[in-house]
Design a protein around this ligand. Structure first.
Ligand code: PEP
Ligand code: MN
Length: 361
């Protein structure tokens, strides 16, 4: 185990590198595919870590489930040829053991594993006393507590370097994305984990090549620490996730197309200007909360009347009238219909809760 630790200490600088760029095939398929993809990626000089799925958690049996441990020597060879450290997904103690003995540098826990505390605990136990960095993908469904629980399980076994990967959330009927980004949840997770590496996986969010750049850019604008992008030397013939993989050259193009912004501002005038705007925003937010509270007081009054006269809380025609008025007003003022609906849905729910309390008091 000592040798393993030394190996992982040498990957410390990669853990600190920003942006941290991880790329490689969804699955390791053949030695030729792993080596060619790795060498093309390394030639871009833009990649920090080589990824590949060795064991693939597939939704349906009978789909390609990864070539398994025989891919490990191919990866080791790819590292020897390119100098790129390696990361693979692990989902069981056995896979951890095989990954560690092969000298894999960073492990990741997949979305289908993060949902299962038994599996996460099994992996954490297998890593007791091992100083290896680990990346935890968000659970398939939008549950930040499960994601947090996984962090805690690894922390408890002494893992120091824990990063998070946002790969989107499954949502029924969603067509634009393979996994809806639900940016607000990722932002909340980032807020709860200051200083923790936070990486975006646009490939699994998008599920198709066309919108990778847009999603990658958005994550960088949100101050993510890096990207995990699937790439393959022959994406159309990939054995898994063919539609979302791109050739290494396209990874390079994508990275060059991103506008890299900084969170901290060096320019003093700019920083003062932004600070002043932020103060104004705070002021408006305070006023908005005041106004919302006043609105709820009026709602309460109506609730009293409804109670006295035995009228139902929800009056659909009134609700439609409110929405119609607000769409028109919002449109004139540059607010999207989608936002108005979301906003008024939230306000409406709060109003109903208020009136419910009154009706049943
Ligand atoms: C993957 O990275 O290939 C993978 C299976 O991802 P996820 O766990 O996010 O679905
Ligand atoms: Mn994949």
């Amino acid at each position: 185990m000592e040798g393993v630790n030394k190996e992982h200490n040498s990957s410390l600088h990669i853990w600190k590198k920003r942006p941290m760029i991880i790329s490689g095939p969804c699955s390791a398929e053949t030695e030729e595919q792993v080596l060619a993809t790795a060498q093309q990626l390394a030639a871009t000089k833009k990649i920090d870590i080589l990824r590949a799925g060795v064991w693939k958690p597939r939704t349906r049996p009978g789909q390609f489930e990864g070539v398994g441990e025989k891919a490990l020597p191919w990866l080791v060879k790819a590292k020897a040829l390119t100098g790129l450290p390696l990361t693979i997904e692990v989902a069981s103690a056995k896979q951890v053991e095989l990954a560690l003995s092969a000298g894999i540098d960073i492990l990741w826990v997949g979305a289908r594993t993060t949902v299962n505390p038994f599996s996460v605990q099994e992996i954490a136990n297998a890593l007791k006393g091992v100083d290896i960095p680990i990346l935890i993908k968000n659970p398939i469904h939008p549950d930040l507590e499960l994601w947090t629980g996984a962090i805690e399980r690894f922390e408890k076994t002494g893992i120091q370097k824990i990063g998070l990967v946002h790969r989107g959330f499954s949502s029924y009927g969603n067509t634009e994305y393979r996994n809806a980004p639900m940016w607000h949840l990722a932002i909340e997770m980032k807020r709860r984990n200051p200083g923790r590496i936070f990486i975006c996986d646009p490939s699994h969010i998008c599920g198709r090549r066309e919108i990778l750049l847009e999603v990658a850019q958005k994550s960088i604008d949100l101050d993510y620490d890096g990207l995990m992008i699937e790439s393959h030397f022959d994406p159309d013939n990939a054995w898994s996730d063919a539609k979302q993989q791109i050739i290494p050259e396209q990874v390079e193009l994508l990275l060059n197309s991103i506008i890299w912004r900084k969170e901290d501002i060096d320019n003093k005038d700019l920083s003062t200007a932004i600070e002043s705007l932020r103060q104004q925003i705070n002021q408006l937010d305070d006023e908005l909360i005041q106004i919302l509270s006043q609105r709820m007081k009026l709602v309460d009054k109506i609730g009293e009347y409804k109670k006295e006269n035995n009228v139902t809380i929800l009056q659909t025609s009134r609700w439609n009238e409110i929405l119609e008025r607000s769409f028109n007003k919002g449109e004139l003022l540059g607010l999207s219909k989608e936002f108005i609906i979301k906003y008024f849905d939230a306000v409406h729910m709060e109003s109903i809760n208020h009136q419910n309390k009154i009706m049943n008091s």
